[in-house]
Design a protein around this ligand. Sequence first.
Ligand SMILES: [Zn+2]
Length: 292
Amino acid sequence: MSGLRCGAIEVLRVKETLGAAFPPTHLLPDLPADAIERHLGWLAPNHFDPAKKRFVMGTHSWLLRTKHHTILVDTCIGNHKPRPHSPGFNNLEQPFLERLATAGVTPDQVDFVLCTHLHVDHIGWNTQLRDGRWVPTFPNAKVICSVAELASAEEKAKVNVEDDDHLAQWQDSILPVLEAGLLQAVEGVHSLEDGLTIEPTPGHTPGHVVLRAESAGERMLFAGDLCHHPIQVYYPDVNSRFCEDATAARATRRRILALCAETGAVFAPAHWGAPHAGRIEAIAANFGIRWA
Ligand SMILES: [Zn+2]
């Protein structure tokens, strides 16, 4: 578990998974052919496994503790969830809640859960299986997403295509929270508390949001899936295969990377290998990383 601090806000990464994942061109179909070789010096071994020729990536939550609240950003894949169309996510069993306990947090102490978007690997621990039923994992937490994202996830579940898990995700990870009255859909810029602001960043999904944190002159930005892999910082026009609106995803990525470069905010996304977050530097027309 790696610890960071943003002024008075304590920030911890709670790991769910980490390891060799996608081959680069599978995740990033438009990545230039020489990109891995050019950046191998810093990519291996934490972000690229040269033997397996795969990106090293993971799923984790960012845990924020302020004077007033305990907040989880994104809730990973979850345990025991049938995901036949995402083999790496299917019926997972990971000691995520035990790791949260190691950080000193029990589920009933979480005040807010922010889902940057409602893709399968960001909503899993919203619920857990108890006595054969999916129940909210964090009974006292408001689970926050954007209005646009909730509408999009509901629409995808209705379409119920046979080769995806959208309906299952809706039923086991969103609906139980909605029915328990714990889901709060927000619109536009939304203040969570002083210094913590949710901001729309559409593109990867229609209602993707980020969380901006500012305390005692320090800044962090919890970026969800704006950059699945750190190499995208150097190639900000390269989308992942999971980005739903290619043009908006590129524009938003550039806007937020430029904002982080300008303000010195530590960029903390959902899937990067160690050290999992970094500062963004403007380099000519693109960007680079100084690791946090
Ligand atoms: Zn993701």
